[in-house]
Write a protein that binds this ligand. Structure first.
Ligand SMILES: [Zn+2]
Length: 338
């Protein structure tokens, strides 16, 4: 209880610090120009502090997410000079304090709402529950016979038994590609169902007990859910589709857009704005982890998102008719007819 005012004070202090990072304090200026449709973008590097995120062979998700987020923020500033970028973190810690993941997510949402963001962009890496890189497994490749001694004392005798011959073989952790998450619209009005845990691969790695499910049935949460469905779901889906389409155009394997109600992505609906969570690749795939740690890989990820943002902005500005709402993901399908 005593710690709360300190945390709050720190939060305010850090908030002020984060504002200093943003390029323009008064987007659009006082010249009477119309406010940009993307006046403020909140760039959120996933995890951080004690939450390292998923683990690869050479890196942690928290570090890749931060590197990509900082590059992304910089590129947004170049590509959209009228946009103010606000980061949820610019160092390893979240808000300069070591808080647990759940508190950190609440602070992320508070910040995004505080700065009245027009978009919340969360950057993560995916993972499978299996070991990064791969693992050894055993298989039977044949049989041989072996003589063993059975019985005790005078009853001792030899016996021939058939035994399998095992071979160790390497199982590569193959899963790779991108996915973009949005908070599923609660169309039925009933409590959103939590999706089976084995699907939430990366989130099972470090979530642990720190995440107690936020109360999705509180009156406040229900109002927020309705607001999200009405105002932000469609835009979130539009942008998420564009991001996945751009990844696919850049040669990545796109896993498409996923609508989920995981407690771990609760932050997406807690922010009163369109919001997406981009899984930039699998940290548990050796090649993809290297790619995500490389300058080239990070730049390509960033440029795909920037192109998607450009298209999204044009759609918002009405220059381009919005594509029909679809839940289908932008997946490259080699079997598709031209
Ligand atoms: Zn993550």
């Amino acid at each position: 209880m005593m710690r709360k005012p300190v945390t709050l004070l720190l939060f305010v202090a850090v908030l002020a610090g984060l504002f200093a990072f943003s390029g323009k304090k008064d987007p659009g200026g006082k010249r009477g120009k119309q406010k940009s449709v993307l006046a403020t973008i909140v760039v959120d590097a996933g995890h951080g502090g004690p939450a390292r995120g998923a683990r690869g062979l050479i890196s942690y998700e928290a570090d890749i997410a931060l590197a990509i987020s900082l590059k992304l923020g910089q590129r947004i500033q170049e590509a959209f000079p009228e946009t103010r970028v606000v980061y949820t973190r610019t160092s390893d810690t979240v808000f300069g304090v070591n808080v647990d993941a759940r508190t950190a997510n609440r602070m992320r949402a508070e910040l995004a709402n505080e700065v009245k963001g027009d978009l919340f962009l969360s950057i993560h890496c995916n993972a499978t529950p299996q070991k990064a890189g791969g693992w050894y497994a055993k298989r039977v490749v044949g049989h041989t016979t072996k003589t063993i001694t059975v019985g005790k004392g005078s009853k001792k005798r030899k016996k021939t038994v058939r035994v399998p011959i095992y071979e160790n073989y390497w199982v590569k952790n193959e899963r790779h590609g991108t996915e973009t998450y949005i908070w599923a619209a609660d169309r039925s009005g009933v409590k959103s169902t939590f999706i089976n845990p084995e699907e939430s691969a990366e989130f099972t790695q470090d979530s642990g007990a720190a995440y107690a499910p936020p109360d999705l049935n509180s009156p406040e949460a229900r109002i927020r859910a309705q607001l999200y469905e009405k105002k932000y779901f469609g835009k979130s889906l539009t942008l998420a589709n564009m991001v996945e389409e751009e990844f696919a155009k850049g040669g990545r394997l796109s896993g498409g857009v996923k609508q989920r109600n995981w407690e771990q992505i609760w932050v997406l609906q807690a922010t009163g704005m369109p919001s997406i969570l981009v899984e930039t690749g699998f940290i548990t795939n050796e090649e993809e982890e290297k790619y995500l740690n490389s300058e080239q890989g990070q730049s390509e990820v960033v440029e795909s998102i920037i192109t998607a943002l450009r298209r999204y902005k044009e759609t918002l500005e009405g220059a381009v008719a919005p594509r029909p709402e679809t839940t289908s993901a932008a997946v490259v399908d080699s079997t598709a007819k031209p």
